[in-house]
Design a protein around this ligand. Structure first.
Ligand code: ADP
Ligand code: MG
Length: 240
């Protein structure tokens, strides 16, 4: 579902992604771990072409990502992304936030878009807040809306970049529960997170990144019990 081959990315002289090779089969849940600055966000953004790469190739569902243009817009819609900050439109209601992209980008008619939006809001446990505005919701609720909004485009892949890092601790689990539900439903997911419980329970695979490289690519069980590299051992020593 996701394929990256020999991907390199520089910011000026800084080599941020170094020869990244990655294949994620359909339905796999991959957690990306690694110290700050190791290139996790850049990898997500590259997969979604929010960030151009310097060399290599990235394909989603077998289709190479073009650099720009209409084809890019269509492919980008196949990849849902959820960030640390929820970025909901403040002057639109919750249901309007979820309807917006399907109506604007997919040209779905408003009645149908609203119906789908309500189903998705129900799925993330928030249908009863549909007519409120973002500021009236808690952070955890807003992030669940952001997930529903991404799902409204019927993506083939969902990327999550530290989706719970900005939340108060008591709201983290409600967002992780929604993500776990998606994983169980078979969504292909790449999740950058510091939530080790989620990594252990919901992931099929752990990628550990350091200095722009994938240093370990293994199962959660292997990674947490028998990390191979010194970088991973050091990382785990600091967080566990
Ligand atoms: P992570 O998400 O693992 O913390 P990032 O992918 O955000 O790491 O960043 C990788 C490296 O690239 C870091 O050294 C960061 O400072 C640098 N970087 C990220 N975005 C930019 C940018 N827009 N311009 C210049 N350097 C950047
Ligand atoms: Mg990051």
């Amino acid at each position: 579902m996701i394929k990256a081959a020999a991907v390199n990315k520089y910011f000026g002289d800084l080599h941020v992604l170094r020869e990244i090779n990655l294949e994620v089969p359909r339905g796999q849940v991959v957690v990306v771990l690694g110290p700050s600055g190791s290139g996790k966000s850049t990898l997500c953004r590259a997969i979604n072409r929010l960030e151009p790469i310097n060399s290599g190739e990235i394909a989603v569902d077998g289709v190479p990502l073009p650099a720009e243009g209409k084809a890019l817009a269509a492919l980008r819609a196949d990849v849902g992304m959820v960030f640390q900050s929820f970025n909901l439109f403040a002057h639109k209601t919750i249901v309007e936030n979820v309807m917006l992209a399907p109506v604007k980008v997919r040209k779905t008619n408003a009645t149908e878009a609203r119906k789908t939006a309500m189903e998705l809001l129900d799925r993330v446990g928030i249908a009863n807040q549909a007519d409120k505005y973002p500021a009236q919701l808690s952070g955890g609720q807003q992030q669940r809306v952001a997930i529903a909004r991404a799902l409204a485009m019927r993506p083939k892949v969902m990327l999550f970049d530290e989706p719970t890092s900005a939340l108060d601790p008591e709201m983290v689990q409600e967002v992780l529960d929604v993500m776990t539900g998606l994983a169980k439903d078979g969504m292909t997911m790449l999740v950058v997170t510091h939530e080790m419980g989620f990594a252990r329970r919901a992931a099929n695979r752990v990628l550990f990144m350091a200095d722009g490289e994938i240093v370990e690519d293994t199962t959660p069980d292997e990674f947490f019990t028998k990390p191979k590299s010194d970088r991973a051992k050091d990382f785990l020593g600091k967080i566990l």
